[in-house]
Structures are given as C-alpha cells and as structure tokens.
Design a protein around this ligand. Structure first.
Ligand code: IPM
Ligand code: MG
Length: 370
C-alpha cells in the first residue's frame, strides 16, 4: 500500500482557523469516502505562533514543513501584531516558509465562475469565462534583495533601501514553470517587467526570450511592461492566458486579477519548489485572501479559496486530479444553486455562514459520489 500522505495544516490568524475547519471536514470526507489516508498535523504560524513562541514560525514547525508532502496555510497577520518590528511580524512566518522551502513559483489562477460573473466590479461580458494563470516569482526580487534597511544619514534624515535583484537561473526556472503550464492551456505566455527603466527588467526579458527560443517555440510569448499589464487586466482581461512576472509585480497584478473574478474569497494558490532527486517537490497551498481581521471569528468568512487550495494540493502534490475535480465541481454546484457567503452575496441568493457553506459543499460531494 502507498504510504500515507503527509499534510501539514497551518491555520494561522484571523479567519484562517475557521475556514481551515471546513477543509478538515473535506479531508475527513476524503478519508472515509475515497479511502485516501492523510497524516494531518496542525501547527502555528503568524500571530498565533508569536503569541505562543515569540516568533512568527518556530523552528520545529519549519522542520515539519520541510518534511511534509504539502503544507496548507490559512492566513497570517492582524492589527494585534501590526506594531512589531519587521523581522518579528506575522508575515515573516510566511516569507520564511517560502524562502527556506525554496518555493520559487507561485501559481495564482484567476477564474471567474459563471455564477459569480455579476459579483465582479467589471461588466459581465469582460469577465465571464475568464481563466488566467499568474505565475509569480516568489523567492527573489525586492522582497529578499540585499542591501535592505533603514539608516540614519549624517544630516538627520533617514534612508530606506530595498534591492531588486534577479539572476539568470532565478528567471529561467520560473519562466519554465510558466511555459510548461501554458502548454497544457492556450499556449500563450505574457511576461511582465519594467525593462524600460530597470536593468533587472532587461535581464528578465532577455532570459525569458532565450529560454523560449531554445525550448518553447511552440508557445506564443509576448513581453509587456507591468504598468501596461495592470491596465490591460481591467481593459480586456480575457486576452491573457499565462502571465509570468517577478515577486513584486506579481503581488500587485495577482490582487488585481483576483478582484476581476468577483471575490478574493474564491481564489486559491500554489507555491512550488523544484522537483528533487526522489521526484518530490516541496509545496505550500494558501488562499490569495488575507486574514480579514474585521470578520474573524464570526462564522462569516468564505471557505472556498482555502478549499480550492486543498484541491490544488491534490492536483499538484498528490497526483489526485480526479479528487481535485470533484471538489471543484462541488463548489461550482453549490454556487449554481445560489448559496453564497456574504462576500459574494447577490440579490436573490441565500446568504449562509462559513459552516453552512461547508455543509453544502460536503452534501454536494456526497451527492456526486453516491
Ligand atoms: C501575498 C501577500 C504577502 C506578499 C504578504 C502577506 C507578505 O500579500 O501573498 O500576496 O506580499 O507576498
Ligand atoms: Mg499580495
């Protein structure tokens, strides 16, 4: 029999724990109904870890993450920890996971569910059927570049510095992920940078083009300045298939793309490392939305993004595409019947709580596998 699947769950802060509870129910459902055994461990990250251990992620938790087949994370951060110094903030827990697990490729799909097209701030015809995959570089660029810091100048002013830096290999490995994904989709990649003002952008453009010419001539490659891409995303979003971009531009463009779909509460993400000698690849899955402290603990949050993140882990870490499809279809069915959490509420729909959304999805799963 195959070994159990090791899943580390880090619910984190804010709405993280309550949406993750719904995921646990689906994991249990998989155990019972599909006879898929998961070894699930749960641990702390972010503010929760700061409160318990004084650090945004403890070393023991890092060890567990390094050894898990997949990590599923809720969300980190909240007003309680806003005034901590940079290195101690909840967000550093997430950044440490990304960096030490070397999760350089962040996949952020922006898919517009037909039932939700009217929840978008854009017109239905612009977003209906939207299916973009943003591949964001996640372990380099200005997020981690040195030198960084705030220093005092002799005249009493202060100076803040961050460094945007990329190497050939960092660019090529993330571009490769984008080209490979494009091959399974519409075979189009748009690479975004600011080659008109930044040397790191010139390098990015050249290296992506080189890799394309060497290995991916069957994929259509287009280069676009990141500011133009931001504009095109709201002008005509369906022109895009796969977008590949750096850490900072990817952070911004993926939030923008997410909102096109009607709700941040719907979007999952996967962060992947390289495939090692044993064929394994480290991976972390998390919703694109944050910890939403304003609604935390009130049973209002939408658990779908986290559930779909679990579905992505089934697809990319556990080779369980069929089960991933099942969850995605269950979500679709529930939306089609007009069940909505507050964030995606529409006229005439039934507004439900986090737990009732979980109930509905479990019932849909039951129905589909009956
Ligand atoms: C994201 C978030 C993070 C980022 C924060 C929480 C550090 O905005 O995952 O997009 O900037 O990468
Ligand atoms: Mg962000």
């Amino acid at each position: 029999m195959a070994a159990n699947k090791n899943l580390l769950i880090l619910p984190g802060d804010g709405i993280g724990p309550e949406v993750m509870r719904q995921v646990r129910r689906v994991v249990d459902w998989m155990d019972k109904r599909r006879a898929v055994r998961f070894d699930v461990q749960e641990d702390l990250v972010g503010g929760a870890a700061i409160d318990a251990h004084g650090v945004p992620i403890a070393d023991q938790t890092m060890d567990k993450a390094m050894n898990a087949d997949a990590v599923l994370l809720g969300a980190v951060g909240g007003p309680k920890w806003d005034n901590l110094e940079f290195a101690k903030k909840p967000e550093r827990g997430l950044l440490r996971l990304r960096k030490e697990m070397q999760l350089f490729a962040n996949l952020r799909p922006a898919i517009c569910f037909p039932a939700l097209a009217d929840a978008s701030t854009l017109k239905r015809e612009l977003v209906e059927g939207l299916d973009i995959m943003i591949v964001r570089e996640l372990t380099g660029g200005v997020y981690f570049g040195e030198p960084r810091g705030i220093t005092e100048l002799p005249d009493g002013q202060r100076r803040g510095v961050n460094t945007q830096v990329y190497t050939t290999n960092e660019i090529r490995r993330v571009a490769r992920v984008a080209f490979e994904l494009a091959r399974k989709r519409q075979k189009r990649v748009t690479s975004c940078e600011k080659a008109n003002v930044m040397e790191s952008g010139v390098l990015w453009r050249e290296e992506v083009q080189k890799l394309h010419d060497e290995e991916y001539r069957d994929v259509e490659l287009q280069h676009m300045y990141a500011d133009n891409a931001a504009m095109q995303l709201v002008r005509a979003p369906k022109q895009f298939d796969v977008i590949v971009t750096d850490n900072l531009f990817g952070d911004i463009l993926s939030d923008e793309a997410a909102m096109l779909t009607g709700s941040l509460g719907m979007l999952p993400s996967a962060s992947l490392g390289d495939i090692d000698e044993t064929g394994r690849r480290k991976a972390l899955y998390e919703p694109v939305h944050g910890s939403a402290p304003d609604i935390a603990g009130r049973n209002l949050a939408n658990p779908i993004a986290t559930l779909l993140s679990f579905a992505m882990s089934l697809r990319y870490s556990f080779d369980m595409g069929e089960e991933a499809d099942l969850i995605e279809k269950a979500v679709q069915q529930v939306l089609d019947t007009g069940i909505r959490t507050a964030d995606i509420m529409q006229k005439g729909a039934a507004k439900v709580s986090t737990t009732t959304m979980g109930d509905s999805i479990l019932m849909a799963l039951d129905r589909m596998s009956a």
